[in-house]
Design a binder for this molecule. Structure first.
Ligand code: AGP
Length: 612
């Protein structure tokens, strides 16, 4: 979603802002803009609809805008269509204040009407311009920018991360946040604000995470942070340990392919520090055995692919824990008057740690007394900071909008947590516990071997990329895995695709199967393989073309019936989706490639969904 960067320093700001925005392109956007202040020219603002390249060309890579203080923004439209006028930064009527904003101002219409009654003229359809104009209104009253910001923050409702510059303040930019991420970066040549650490990691790893209600004044020499009452705060610094190269393509054609290929290493990083002497060790969680024994119910709450991880975990956790596990979409859970209490453990899963619905659902659960454990990839993100416990997936930065390595690391981390809880509850046999852990240790290597055969999947993609509708079918863990395979395909290739539990076919969906329909049949779940085969026969009998995914054990049987078969290594059943999903990711990737799609930045999608 929208991205913010700001710089106050001793170098020209515009090229730094453009570079930072480029590093956030993966988040999804439809227009971009920068504002730079210089002594000679005051505030200079350039905005453009479309790709960042348009803005870069417009400013000759930033060379046209002189000045060492500036803010930049990539916009993903919510209020008002994507165009040059609605793009940020927004400038107040007298041209003195420029502002970039992530989030949504809920009471903007009411404020806009009030300002209009005072004669203020608006140029855009956005909620963000209202804040720029309100700032000018208060600044004209008090002639102090920080005080004006404070007054504005008390007046507005909703979510925001702001970067603000004013032509009267040659050296300082002001930042503020509530329910939308904002990071302060301390660099050699100046200081930064950013909504995403990837925007500034090239310049600094020394960061401070702003909390809700905080305001920061950033100059080249210093950053002062205040609470909402303007009391100065001492903030804890964090070191970002991501390597810059992790957020670059490194010779691959697409981030998505690079991230698919990084999965063995990402899974190893997530697993290995947490398995010691044949035991799962989760040092970071404070759940006591006594608390775990009293858990009556477990909720897993997430959105999109993270929700699909929850679906896989429901099958494996219920098997391991013998406790009811309910998986809810965060956007539904938050408004469902959920039945959670202090004996409910709520697991929230989020790669970004900033998904608004997931955050709101977590708050709802907490307010009802539930204990929350977050599985998050981005260190220091909002969900990670608010959860009672957090466990990080060590996938590194994931840039492609379609998640791959974050998904598989979430899967294996959920397997670890499930095993850990089952051990505390005494619901898992030692032999099963040992068998799962032993298989986990060799999972990265099996994944690596599987990825060596990426060209097999490429071949199948070239055979099937012309289909307009594709079905994924499977049972139990295969069904849950199919949900992700189907989402991957549709989000990047724009092919209509649905995932069904195979047993449901006869209850409606089978009417859609006609000669030539492509069905991706998932048959990796050993306990129900024969049933999966029956469903393959069933759709074949109606003329479907079947691309199957199965294990080495069932290869021969499957090959006799399916038109095409992809084989993955055998592993323990609960780990099988971590291997089975890999060819589905590759299939989506190569199909999208054949169809000429914008793989890393699919249309209408954003990496981090920070609006409702
Ligand atoms: C999947 O490829 C998508 N990027 C999307 O479904 C994503 O998983 C969802 O928006 C949730 O994001 P989160 O994990 O950052 O909360």
């Amino acid at each position: 979603m929208c991205g913010i960067i700001g710089f106050a320093g001793r170098e020209q700001a515009a090229p730094i802002l453009l570079d930072g925005l480029a590093r956030m392109e993966y988040r999804g956007y439809d227009s971009a803009g920068i504002a730079v202040r210089s002594e000679a020219k005051g505030l200079q603002v350039k905005k453009a609809k479309g790709r960042l390249q348009v803005l870069s060309d417009l400013t000759h890579g930033g060379a046209d805008l002189e000045g060492t203080l500036g803010i930049g923004h990539t916009r993903w439209a919510t209020h008002g269509e994507p165009n040059d006028i609605n793009a940020h930064p927004h400038v107040s009527e007298n041209g003195r204040i420029a502002l970039v904003h992530n989030g949504i101002i809920e009471n903007y219409l009411e404020i806009k009407e009030q300002l209009q009654r005072h004669g203020v003229k608006f140029t855009s359809d956005t909620d963000s311009e209202v804040v720029a104009q309100l700032l000018e209104f208060h600044y004209n009253e008090c002639h102090n920018m920080l005080e004006a910001v404070g007054r504005v923050l008390r007046r507005i409702q909703g979510s925001y991360a702001f970067g603000i510059i004013c032509s009267d303040y040659p050296n300082a930019l002001i930042a503020a946040r509530k329910d939308s991420p904002l990071i302060l970066g301390y660099g050699e040549n100046g200081n930064y604000i950013a909504s995403d650490v990837t925007a500034i990691i090239k310049h600094t790893r020394d960061v401070v995470y702003m909390e809700d209600g905080e305001i920061a004044v950033v100059t080249a020499e210093n950053i002062d942070v205040f609470d909402s009452e303007m009391n100065p705060l001492e903030k804890k610094h964090s070191q970002v340990d991501w390597d810059v190269s992790a957020a670059e393509k490194g010779g691959y054609a697409h981030f998505m392919f690079k991230e698919i290929m990084e999965q063995p290493e990402a899974v190893r990083k997530t697993l290995s520090p947490r398995v010691r002497d044949g035991r799962v060790v989760l040092d970071d969680v404070k759940l006591t055995a006594e608390y775990v024994k009293n858990i009556s119910r477990i909720f897993i709450i997430a959105c999109g692919s993270s929700y699909h991880v929850g679906m896989v975990s429901k099958y494996s956790w219920e098997r391991l824990l013998r406790r009811p596990v309910q998986v809810d979409l965060a956007s539904e859970f938050r408004y469902s008057d959920p039945l959670v209490d202090e004996n409910t453990l709520v697991i929230v899963i989020s790669q970004s740690g900033e998904t608004l619905d997931t955050m709101a659902a977590m708050r709802e659960a907490k307010s009802r007394g539930a204990r929350t454990l977050a599985v998050v990839n981005v260190v220091g993100s909002s969900i990670a900071r608010e959860a009672d416990d957090v466990l990080y997936t060590w996938a590194g930065p994931e840039i492609a909008v379609a998640t791959t390595k974050a998904y598989t690391t979430q899967l294996v981390l959920m397997d670890l947590i499930g095993l850990y809880l089952a051990d505390l509850l005494g619901t898992v046999e030692k032999s099963e516990y040992d068998a799962i852990l032993a298989e986990m240790q060799v999972l990265p290597e099996k994944m690596r071997r599987l990825l060596e055969h990426f060209e097999d999947v490429q071949y199948f993609a070239s055979r099937y990329f012309n289909h307009n509708s594709i079905f994924f079918i499977g049972r139990n863990l295969d069904y849950a895995m199919g949900l992700e395979g189907s989402l991957k395909l549709k989000e990047i290739s724009y092919i209509h695709s649905e995932a069904y539990a195979s047993g449901e076919l006869k209850h409606g969906t089978i009417s859609l199967i006609e000669p030539g329909t492509l069905v991706v049949a998932l048959g990796t779940y050993a306990a129900l393989f024969d049933k999966a085969m029956s469903n393959v026969v069933e759709v074949k009998a109606r003329g479907a073309e079947v691309l199957a995914v199965t294990t080495e054990t069932f290869k021969e049987k499957m090959e006799k019936t399916a038109d095409s078969t992809i084989v993955v290594p055998d592993t323990h059943p609960i780990l099988q989706p971590s291997l089975g999903v890999v060819p589905l990711q590759l299939f989506a990737y190569y199909v999208a490639l054949q169809r000429g799609c914008d793989i890393d930045k699919p249309r209408n999608l954003a990496k981090s969904v920070t609006v409702e």
